[in-house]
Write a new protein. Structure first.
Length: 95
């Protein structure tokens, strides 16, 4: 009975080791590397999308804080000079 138990433990350990080695070999095969690169590309695209969304939100916050309208791109020269001289002064909305 004892021998049968240890034979079963040995067989289970052998199956586990073979599966582990096969998994490692697959991860370094061309198809395994392609799968990992695909996952990395998706992660990079997700990160870039999140950064763009954050940039847009922050730009809207800054425009609101400066009193610029959503459609305003350039300030008239007089307002630009006042903004440079007094950057913390409250500005009225253009609308």
């Amino acid at each position: 009975m004892r021998r049968l138990f240890w034979m079963g433990v040995g067989a289970a350990a052998g199956v586990y080791a073979v599966r582990k080695v096969q998994k490692i070999l697959h991860s370094y095969s061309p198809s395994g590397l392609a799968e990992r690169a695909e996952g990395l590309g998706a992660s990079i695209r997700y990160f870039a999308d999140e950064v763009r969304a954050g940039m847009t939100a922050r730009e809207l916050e800054l425009r609101d804080a400066l009193g610029l309208g959503d459609g305003a791109r350039d300030l008239p020269p007089g307002e630009a000079a006042q903004l440079i001289e007094h950057p913390t002064r409250h500005r009225r909305s253009a609308g």
